[in-house]
Ligand binder design. Structure first.
Ligand code: RNT
Ligand code: ZN
Length: 417
């Protein structure tokens, strides 16, 4: 890159009291979890049925990964094109069985994920995990942990416990804590006759899951809330209030906010500092909802930047577990991964290069006119040069030329699938 341009840009930031090099260092130390499910439209390897549970992928772009090796190769390609520290985020339905072997979800074990550990170790990174409470014949009438059918509910509790054992194994193998996120699509299409019953069963089920012994320094259990899903438009058991209160009242449990899971005028950027007043740690799913929880690829849009700003200015990079969560099947899936990952890195770097102390002071001094002027001014800082330098230091392309690699990979690998 043009070093002179970088030096000029760096000086502009320095004049505002921003040390871009310390920003590079901070950013390169915080992991962001890359979700394996973008690579195969949330299919996984343990079933043939359709995606269910209120979520949906749309599109049929060619070249989808259909085997473990393909999915891992695609993730490695993604890793090679993204700056910054990563974690791998795996769903339970991505269990890897021997030829002819099949184990149901209540019986999955660490050995079914040994290959994921191998991949993480290759890059010296951590693993996060998710029980899969969807796309399975034992989802009865759309319900899992909230089911009034005791056998069904128990099956899913056993699944959750199995996932804690696997999460503990991930943490022990990698030496990095594993975030284990509980999300269910349990809910109702139309007006329910009992809203509390399913929630009480959900509460009991998560408590039973958490009775599986685990080390809270190694396994971070989260509960992810959601306002509605496809087919469960009227009611979801795991609402925001449910998840927040559950986490607040249960040791070893964190709340997870997915920014696609709220009413469209609500913003997670505003919820982050609210939760940070009370919770030592929180978790995020970073996505882009278009009109609804559509799970579009994360871009460098205003709300993405605002969420990153909140994490940084609350000095909470070490308290927020960040994971990407979207699935777009209408475009090259690897490119979708890369664009989303790079966008979130850009948002974080931008936030790290903003003179927050100066702006906070203006707010506290009630100087809102000047605050507006400067906030607008900072939007035009020469961020492109800073980003390019960061990418260079991370050994990846700083401009869109990474896409040449995607084109090549599509020709040489994806088109042959
Ligand atoms: C669904 C939730 C959930 C899933 C993944 C696949 O609305 O966001 O996090 O996207 O578990
Ligand atoms: Zn999510």
């Amino acid at each position: 890159m043009n070093n002179q341009a970088y030096e000029l840009a760096k000086a502009k930031y320095a004049a505002l009291g921003v040390d871009v090099e310390s920003a590079f260092k901070k950013l390169s130390e915080v992991p962001v979890a890359l979700h394996c499910w973008q690579g195969d439209d949330v299919c996984g390897f343990d079933h043939d049925g359709p995606l269910s549970g209120g979520i949906q992928t749309t599109g049929n772009y060619p070249g989808k990964a259909t085997t473990v090796d393909q999915l891992m190769a695609d993730m490695e390609k993604t890793i090679s094109l993204c700056p910054g520290k990563k974690k791998l985020n795996v769903h339970a339905c991505y269990a890897i069985f021997e030829d002819g072997e099949y184990v149901d979800r209540d019986k999955i074990a660490p050995k079914h994920f040994a290959k994921w550990v191998e991949l993480a170790k290759k890059y010296n990174i951590g693993l996060d995990f998710n029980p899969t409470f969807f796309s399975h014949p034992k989802v009865k009438n759309g319900l899992t942990l909230t089911s009034p059918d005791e056998e069904t509910r128990k099956f899913w509790v056993e699944h959750g416990k199995a996932c804690i054992r696997i999460s503990q194994y991930f943490a022990e193998e990698t030496g990095i804590p594993c975030v284990m996120n509980i999300w269910t699509g349990d809910g109702f299409k139309d007006i329910p006759a009992d809203r509390m019953g399913p929630r009480l069963r959900y509460k009991k089920s998560i408590e039973e899951i958490m009775s599986q012994p685990f080390d809270p320094d190694k396994v971070k259990i989260c509960v992810e809330s959601k306002v509605f899903g496809i087919g469960v438009e009227s009611y979801t058991a795991g609402s925001a209030e449910f998840a927040l209160t559950f986490a607040a009242t249960h040791e070893g449990c964190l709340p997870l906010m997915d920014n696609g899971h709220y009413h469209p005028t609500e913003v997670v950027s505003d919820k982050i500092p609210a939760l940070l007043c009370f919770y030592p740690e929180i978790a995020l799913h970073i996505t882009r909802g278009v009109r609804w929880d559509s799970d579009h690829v994360v871009l460098l849009d205003d709300e993405t930047k605002e969420m990153a700003k909140e994490i940084v200015r609350c000095d909470a990079l070490g308290r927020v577990h960040m994971a990407l969560d979207y699935f777009d099947a209408s475009i090259n899936r690897i490119s979708a991964w890369v664009v989303g990952f790079r966008s979130w890195q850009k948002a974080l770097l931008m936030a790290l290069c903003t003179p927050h102390e100066k702006l906070k002071k203006l707010q506290d001094e009630n100087k809102f006119t000047e605050l507006m002027v400067l906030q607008e001014e900072y939007k035009l800082l020469p961020f492109g040069e800073i980003w390019e330098k960061y990418c260079e230091l991370c050994g990846v392309k700083g401009d869109a030329s990474w896409f040449d690699e995607i084109v090549k990979y599509e020709e040489e690998v994806l088109s042959k699938r």
